[in-house]
Design a binder for this molecule. Structure first.
Ligand code: ADP
Ligand code: ZN
Length: 612
């Protein structure tokens, strides 16, 4: 079978996504691969297809036990013989899997890295035909990343000790240059074909909702009521106490939710995670402890109740939405108090043991800087997607993605040249010594300690923007920074803005500056509600979706697997859209391969036929 046939018949997908085809080609032709693809980008088929096309067996090395089980269940659903080997197996199960493995029963075996180190396992591999070793979450090999797993360092040794070197593919979602080099070197990849498919996740819509600390519960309930009722999602909170509070808030308002944080016992945490994965609850309220290891594909929304500490964390957590390719929402409820909370966490953070105080200070400054960039994301009036992509070093295709709150919100473009001139002169005349708060206070002509202490009310710019709010002045300062007219001193936590040479263009050069200004919250809300309703109606097709979901749940319960292992939400949406009448048409649905069509097709077709 060629790769297109495997993609279609086994996995039920019509086309390869970006990068997938090339990776498959490289691995099947025997060349190593180093692939960097975003979460949900579709890494698995990149090694599963070569695995199915090769003669021998494929090992997939993965650090995530729960994910392994899922992947194996999903493969079995697609008619692929697969198994996993990790610490969750009993001794008997383990030997059974080894026996089967030697007998050539499996095409794909998921293995925890620690297992490779046992002599028994290595011996077992000597007379096997291993065609491919795929290393998932490959960044775990690097001490630079936050997910370092020492056992990953043993992978290269394991491969070396095999009689014949299989082709090796390394996969990860996050990799800086340093980590990437570590991966290639420490896994001893041989002249790997490198692919970076880009960080964009077009099916995710991004949204920032400015709110106050006290306004968050109300805003969350509004979102749940108006947009996310009965949908499955995650609400990330900044602290354990907030997790408990928000979970309770949701439960008392009738939303099936569970709490998850590191302060809970193992058993309790596992139970919560299982309830979520098996759709026994719809909302998971969690700290950032929740995530590594969940691979639920039908998460329709991720709400951040607090702003996370950096853009890396945000994108990773928000990225847990929409993994099956369906449209999904990533909403961040933002208030200034989030910055205060994060500053506090960084300040009191103890850092790694054994690090000298100077380095500790330096690390804290880096964290503060990253926090500042996260706050910029919340404040920017530009395209949120473009902001995220640039942050990760990628040039976006456009500055208007049409799928974020800044692109779809109603904005007018305002000429802010005069205000910019006022702000820039104020900063210049005070010798670039003060932060945004003080600058705003001078311009608005208010009194505070700083102003008294330094006689700032004697400044010629004192009170020249009396009618403006502090928020507006901060926004303009942020905008001027993003447009390169101001730079911020990153070496202090106060983030003092100072003029760049380019600022002269505004002050004297006749250059105009523009800024997008948001319409009122009510206007924007009406628009987003209408949009949502139109989408829901087409997608749900007047109740069909519900019936298909119920059928899916019936199968899932009977087999004890998560619902999305039977069919993803994306597949069900597609059924509602296509309304297939027979098996042939059913096979055109995204995510329906031959085996699944055979297994479940008739029941689903019957529902659709009755409906149509
Ligand atoms: P990753 O491991 O990169 O996070 P997965 O391999 O789990 O992502 O894939 C994410 C989702 O995308 C899965 O639901 C999968 O079925 C779907 N998918 C992968 N490749 C394709 C494709 N070529 N066409 C449509 N859907 C795909
Ligand atoms: Zn946008």
């Amino acid at each position: 079978m060629d790769k297109f046939t495997v993609l279609k018949e086994i996995f039920g997908h019509e086309n390869f996504r970006r990068g997938q085809g090339e990776i498959v080609d490289s691995l099947t032709s025997g060349r190593d691969v180093l692939a960097i693809m975003p979460t949900g980008g579709g890494k698995s088929v990149c090694y599963q297809i070569p695995a199915l096309m090769a003669d021998g067996v494929t090992f997939v090395i993965s650090p995530l036990i729960s994910l392994m089980k899922d992947q194996v269940q999903a493969l079995i659903q697609n008619g692929v013989r697969a198994a996993y080997i990790n610490s969750s197996l009993t001794v008997n199960q383990y030997y059974k899997v080894l026996d089967n493995m030697r007998a050539g029963v499996y095409k794909i075996i998921y293995i925890a890295p620690e297992r490779l180190e046992s002599d028994g396992f290595l011996q077992c591999c000597w007379d096997m035909n291993i065609s491919l070793i795929a290393i998932d979450e490959a960044h775990c090999v690097s001490g630079w990343g936050q997910d370092f797993r020492p056992a990953y360092l043993g992978i290269a040794k394991f491969i070396d000790s095999l009689p014949r070197r299989p082709v090796v593919g390394a996969f990860t979602a996050t990799a800086t240059e340093k980590v990437k080099n570590d991966i290639a070197e420490l896994l001893r990849l041989e002249d790997p074909f490198e692919v970076t498919t880009g960080f964009d996740r077009p099916n995710l819509s991004f949204e920032v909702i400015p709110t106050t600390k006290g306004g968050k519960p109300g805003e969350l309930l509004r979102l749940m009521r108006e947009r996310f009722k009965e949908k499955c999602g995650i609400v990330y909170c900044g602290t354990r106490a907030l997790v408990e509070e928000v979970a309770l808030l949701l439960r008392s308002n009738g939303y099936e939710s569970r709490a998850y944080h590191a302060g809970m016992g193992d058993a309790e945490r596992h139970a919560a995670q299982d309830d979520f994965i098996y759709d026994r609850c719809t909302v998971m309220v969690a700290t950032n402890a929740f995530g590594m290891g969940i691979d639920k594909s039908n998460v329709a929304f991720v709400i951040h109740y607090n702003m996370p500490k950096d853009v890396e964390s945000y994108y990773q957590e928000a990225g847990r939405a929409g993994r099956d390719g369906s449209d999904a929402d990533c909403v961040l409820l933002w208030s200034d108090s989030d910055i205060v909370l994060n500053r506090f966490l960084i300040e009191k953070g103890e850092g790694a043991p054994g690090i000298v105080p100077e380095v500790q200070e330096q690390l804290k400054r880096i964290e503060m800087d990253r926090l500042g960039k996260m706050a910029d994301y919340c404040r920017t009036l530009g395209c949120l997607r473009a902001y995220l992509l640039r942050y990760f070093g990628e040039e976006p295709e456009s500055d208007n993605c049409g799928n974020c709150s800044n692109c779809t919100g109603d904005f007018e473009t305002k000429d802010i040249t005069v205000d910019a001139q006022k702000i820039l002169s104020c900063i210049a005349r005070t010798d670039n010594r003060f932060g945004a708060t003080t600058i705003a206070a001078i311009l608005r002509g208010t009194m505070n300690e700083q102003i008294e202490k330094y006689n700032l009310d004697a400044q010629s710019t004192y009170g020249i923007m009396k009618g403006a709010t502090e928020k507006y002045i901060r926004q303009v300062i942020g905008e001027l920074r993003m447009q390169g007219y101001l730079s911020v001193d990153e070496s202090t936590i106060y983030r003092i803005p100072s003029l760049t040479p380019k600022a002269r263009d505004i002050l004297t050069g006749g250059v105009h500056v523009f800024m997008k200004v948001q319409q009122t919250a009510e206007q924007a809300a009406v628009k987003s509600r209408t949009r949502q309703r139109v989408m829901d109606d087409t997608v749900q097709n007047g109740g069909l979706l519900e019936q298909l979901k119920a059928e899916r749940n019936r199968f899932a319960r009977a087999m004890g697997v998560p619902a999305y292992v039977v069919f993803t939400d994306a597949a069900l949406y597609d059924m509602c859209r296509i309304m297939p009448k027979n098996t042939e048409e059913l096979l055109t649905v995204s995510g329906v391969g031959k085996v699944k069509a055979q297994k479940y097709g008739e029941s689903f077709l019957e529902i659709i036929r009755k409906f149509g």
